[in-house]
Design a protein around this ligand. Structure first.
Ligand code: SF4
Ligand code: SF4
Length: 130
């Protein structure tokens, strides 16, 4: 798919907001294998990026960007130098701008909530108020 095909697409919005090249990802999976929040995500970081590469426009509605704790482990591990946390942040911004609901603490099962690291909850609150 050429650049002209992605103008106005979710992928182009994410690239503009994050400053990252989605095409640069070659799906090695390093980002996802080091993600401490992957267990709670509905799509792993590399899967979200693959969806963007494929032009799947519903990718901003996934919960994963809201589960992301912004720990930066994925970006550090990326051999292509992609700042994956910025991609996650861009997906959150697109979601917020579209007025889509995102996950709140009251939407999480008590059992899951009890098992979440404290940093995940703090990061989540910052996103909701930021
Ligand atoms: S920044 Fe988010 S996506 Fe990246 S490793 Fe941390 S929790 Fe996972
Ligand atoms: S580590 Fe980088 S190149 Fe590998 S899948 Fe993740 S974003 Fe793509």
């Amino acid at each position: 798919m050429g650049e002209g095909d992605t103008r106005g697409s979710l992928r182009s919005q994410v690239e503009a907001l994050s400053g990252q090249s989605i095409a640069a990802c070659y799906q090695c999976g390093n980002c996802s294998s080091g993600c401490p929040m992957g267990e709670w995500m509905d799509a792993l970081p590399n899967q979200l990026i693959r969806r963007l590469q494929l032009g799947l426009e519903d990718t901003a509605r996934f919960e994963s960007p809201w589960v992301c704790a912004s720990c930066f482990a994925c970006g550090v591990r990326c051999p292509k130098g992609i700042d994956v946390p910025r991609v996650m942040e861009a997906l959150r911004v697109v979601g917020l701008r579209s007025g889509e609901d995102h996950v709140g603490p009251d939407a999480l099962e008590a059992k899951r909530l009890a098992g979440l690291p404290q940093i995940a909850l703090v990061a989540h609150m910052r996103k909701e108020t930021g």
